[in-house]
Ligand binder design. Structure first.
Ligand SMILES: C[S@@+](CC[C@H](N)C(=O)[O-])C[C@H]1O[C@@H](n2cnc3c(N)ncnc32)[C@H](O)[C@@H]1O
Length: 289
């Protein structure tokens, strides 16, 4: 999968609003393909960077992309829910800035790991291939009411009940064996086609369940706020409203930070034209008091 390019979203906005020349240590909590990290290191020659990712394949790409900066970069495989433990284990107890760029990288989407509607392979959807739970388990073993709740809450899908019912009915005939099969079941259940693929929200919900994304985000962001140095900044790029609301609420209610972005920063039209997957991105930033 080396060769697949992930275009970093809101990159200039991140550099301008989140990173300062005064910083000495920056943490990229979702280093992915190393896109943001590369620009930060290029723009600020004195900054050191720790890049974290749960996905080993993503880290291999980051390693390649960031090889020119190896004396200033440390890449670590790990989940940002364990941020404190991981950094403390490296002898790091505070840092000056941190970025969380949520969601999937192009490398994951194109990787035939069941994240895409057209994937004719096992619905896997794990970002961390050491984890046990896969999308196959979720769609083939979860009870109707649990499936319905996940699709409704994480996917904010109005037709969650219909989709959950269709999944449960279909799997009675035989297990749902591929992501493409799953997408077709959802398509049939929803009947309606809009601008986005009808299975988008359900796939997102299942992926969030498989990777424990909501819980991980809260833990990671709260620990990051704790570890930030005074006047240091935390930035989160999210791609759907549940995540954005979570970040807005954490920043607003934490006594340790002040909100910098009263309204989230959104990509300009030119960026969306160039990179349509950036269209729903929102960047929120807060500063440690
Ligand atoms: C949108 S991509 C990041 C892209 C990166 N900013 C770039 O410019 O190349 C999101 C990355 O976050 C990683 N990720 C998601 N949840 C994570 C978690 N809880 N801990 C660590 N990494 C995570 C994914 O594996 C993925 O590589």
């Amino acid at each position: 999968m080396i060769g697949v390019t992930h275009i970093p979203v809101l990159c200039e906005e991140v550099i301008q609003n989140l990173v300062s020349a005064e910083y000495s240590l920056f943490v990229d909590a979702t280093v992915g393909g190393g896109g943001h990290a590369h620009h930060i290191l290029e723009r600020h020659k004195d900054i050191r960077l720790i890049g974290l990712d749960v996905d080993e394949g993503a880290l291999n790409i980051a390693q390649e992309v960031l090889k020119g900066y190896s004396e200033r970069v440390k890449l670590v495989r790990g989940n940002f829910k364990d941020l404190k433990e991981i950094l403390n284990g490296m002898g790091v107890f505070s840092f000056d800035g941190i970025l969380f760029d949520l969601g999937l990288s192009m490398y994951q989407l194109m990787g035939k790991r069941g994240f895409s509607f057209n994937d004719d392979c096992l619905p896997d959807m794990r970002m961390d291939d050491r984890a046990e739970l896969t999308a196959y388990d979720v769609v083939n073993t979860y009870r109707y009411d649990v499936l319905q709740k996940i699709i409704s809450e994480y996917g904010e899908e109005e037709r969650a009940h219909k989709i959950a019912r269709a999944i449960v009915d279909e799997r009675k005939k035989r297990p749902i064996a591929t992501s493409k099969e799953l997408a077709d079941i959802i398509l049939k259940a929803k009947r309606r086609r809009g601008k986005i693929h009808p299975a988008t929200k359900t796939f997102q919900a299942i992926r969030m369940e498989v990777n424990g994304e909501t819980k991980n985000l809260r833990t990671g962001v709260n620990d990051a706020i704790d570890m930030l140095n005074g006047r240091g900044r935390i930035g989160v790029i999210s791609f759907h409203s549940l995540e954005d609301r979570t970040i807005k609420e954490i920043f607003k209610t934490s006594a340790m930070v002040s909100v910098i972005t009263k309204k989230p920063i959104r990509p300009e039209r030119g960026e969306i034209r160039n990179n349509p997957s950036s269209r729903s991105a929102k960047l929120r930033i807060a500063e440690k008091n």
